[in-house]
Every structure is written in structure tokens, then in C-alpha cells.
Design a protein around this ligand. Structure first.
Ligand code: NAD
Length: 287
């Protein structure tokens, strides 16, 4: 018997659990960018369930945004939709001004909006490069800057949170794993990692916490082709030791925790949520 023959090569496929979300964010005001689809939608709904009032940012898809707003309101929290392109400075500034006028302040920013424009390097246009960097990275900078300005102006309100503010940057396992054919996307996520850590270092003394979530493969419209057919799903599972795709709710629950005072000592960190994708599964049976 070889030393590794009793090591299972795969976890059994499992159904995602759905534990309840407790109201740990009552009284807090949150802005989630790109919140009318996929991960952003799930994060906005989870923050609402946890008691936060939520601004649902989006750039296209009015109906989908209003549906998220209605679902949050049905749970008792306040919400409204705000259409703005996160890569546009004046639209971002106006979005924060409106939020402060409507909700009084901001406690939680989830920098989630993002997209892919894939091409082999020799065919990638400058427009494809600039679009991805502009939305995925510059968009996160613009929103983080406005949030920090408000967090520092207001400071800690102990009845609301021990921190003066929380920023969660939606990064990706591709801040760690290089990704051929997606150099613009991987560069944007690697950039988010150092942006997040540098802002965290700069603002920790104001009790502002800044962290990232690094999702692996999550079932959303951004990556339909890797999960929509049984063949594609099976191929994807060769990269995922936990043997199921991630669901947007997996990220929503983590965002609630990271934004809550339960994570008060957590800043400058990347929380990888990937079913083991970054564990080098090719080495699971000895390499
Ligand atoms: P998605 O396509 O379902 O959602 C993307 C959201 O971003 C949409 O609401 C879209 O309207 C919004 N958006 C795009 N451009 C915008 C702009 N200029 N201004 C404002 N909003 C804009 O995709 P998703 O999978 O939910 O992706 C959300 C985030 O999660 C992205 O940052 C993505 O890189 C990251 N991510 C996703 C996965 C995954 O497997 N799905 C894995 C790792 C990281």
C-alpha cells in the first residue's frame, strides 16, 4: 500500500448550509458597490439582514437594483438604489454626498464592483486594460477615499461600533494565483491587496479597519461558463478540494462578520474564501 492510498482525493459533494444571520450591525449605514448582481447583491442582503441600512450601488440594471432594495426593506432595514460608475470621480463623490444627506453617515463600505475583459496579452487592447484597472482598482480607491474622509470627520460612535469605520475590498484568489489570459484582472486584484494593506496601515490609528475578501470560484454571472454545464463544473472541481462551488451567500456571511465588532482586531488582512483553491490541490496526494 502506498503511503497516500488512504487519502481521499476529493471531499464528498456537500450542500451549502444556510445558518441565520444575527442583527449584529443594527444602526450601521453601509454602501455596497455593484450590489445588483452576484456577490454584491448577496452582501447587500446579508448586511440588511444583520440590521444595517444599505445603499445599493449599481451601474446598469435598474430593476435588479430595485429588487435588492425591496428585499432589504422587507426585512425592516432602510435601503435605496444609487446608479453611479465607481471609476468616475464626480459620480463617486456625489454618491457619498447623497448617502450622508440620506443616512447621516457611512459606517461600512464594501468595495465590490468589478468586471473582466479577458484576452491573451498580445491581443489585449489598452481599452481592455484601462477598463479593468479603472473599475476594479481605481474605483475601489475613489470609494475608499470618500469613506475614510467621512470616517475621520465623524470618529468612533461607541453606541454604533467600536471602530470609526470599516472597509471591505472584494479582491480574488487572483491576488495570489497568476491568471494567464487575464493579466488586467490579476493585476487589478494584486493592486487591491497592496492598496488595502497600505490604507489599513495608514488609518488604523483612527480605529478604521480595512480588509479584503478573496473569493475563489463563486456562482455568479461573471463566470457562468465555468459552472453552467456538468462538464465545466466537473473540470472546475479539480481546482476545488472542498468539492463544491462557492455561493454568493458564503461571501455575504463573511462580510457581515468582517464588518461587525466581532472582527474588531482584524485589519489589513485578506480573508480567502475558496474551498481550498489556494491550497495547491495538485499536491493533495503527494505532488
Ligand atoms: P457580477 O458580474 O455578478 O457583479 C458585478 C457587479 O459590479 C454588478 O453589479 C455590476 O453592475 C457592477 N459593476 C460593474 N462595473 C461597475 C461600475 N463601473 N460601477 C459600479 N458598478 C459596476 O460579478 P460578481 O462575481 O458578483 O463579482 C463581484 C466582485 O467579486 C468583483 O470584484 C469580482 O472581481 C469579485 N470576484 C468574483 C469571483 C467569482 O467567482 N464570482 C471570484 C473572485 C472575485
Amino acid at each position: 500500500m502506498s503511503p497516500t492510498s488512504n487519502v481521499p482525493t476529493k471531499a464528498p459533494a456537500v450542500v451549502m448550509p444556510n445558518p441565520p444571520i444575527h442583527r449584529v450591525l443594527s444602526g450601521q449605514k453601509a454602501l455596497v458597490t455593484g450590489a445588483n448582481s452576484g456577490i454584491g447583491r448577496s452582501v447587500a442582503l446579508a448586511l440588511g439582514k444583520a440590521g444595517a441600512d444599505v445603499v445599493v450601488n449599481y451601474v446598469a440594471g435598474d430593476e435588479a437594483a430595485e429588487a435588492v432594495v425591496s428585499e432589504i426593506r422587507s426585512g425592516g432595514a432602510k435601503a435605496y438604489a444609487h446608479k453611479a460608475d465607481v471609476s468616475n470621480e464626480s459620480q463617486v463623490v456625489a454618491m457619498f454626498q447623497k448617502m450622508i444627506a440620506e443616512f447621516g453617515t457611512i459606517d461600512i463600505l464594501v468595495n465590490n464592483a468589478g468586471l473582466q475583459r479577458d484576452a491573451p496579452i498580445e491581443q489585449m487592447t489598452l481599452d481592455q486594460w484601462n477598463t479593468v484597472i479603472g473599475i476594479n482598482l481605481t474605483g475601489q480607491f475613489l470609494c475608499a477615499r470618500e469613506a475614510v474622509r467621512e470616517f475621520k470627520r465623524r470618529g468612533v460612535v461607541e453606541a454604533v461600533s467600536c471602530a470609526a469605520g470599516k472597509i471591505i475590498c472584494m479582491s480574488s484568489v487572483h491576488e495570489i494565483i497568476p491568471w494567464a489570459g487575464h493579466v488586467n484582472y490579476a493585476a487589478s486584484k494584486g493592486g487591491i491587496m497592496m492598496m488595502m494593506k497600505s490604507i489599513a496601515q495608514e488609518v488604523a490609528r483612527f480605529r478604521i479597519r480595512v480588509n479584503s475578501i478573496d473569493p475563489g470560484a463563486i456562482r455568479t454571472p461573471i463566470n457562468t461558463k465555468v459552472w453552467s454545464s456538468p462538464e465545466a463544473y466537473e473540470k472546475l472541481m479539480t481546482l476545488v478540494p472542498y468539492n463544491r462551488i462557492g455561493e454568493p451567500e458564503d461571501i455575504g456571511r463573511a462580510a457581515v462578520w468582517l464588518a461587525s465588532d466581532a472582527a474588531d482586531y482584524v485589519t489589513g488582512t485578506s480573508l480567502v474564501i475558496d474551498g481550498g483553491m489556494t491550497l495547491y490541490p495538485g499536491f493533495a496526494t503527494g505532488g
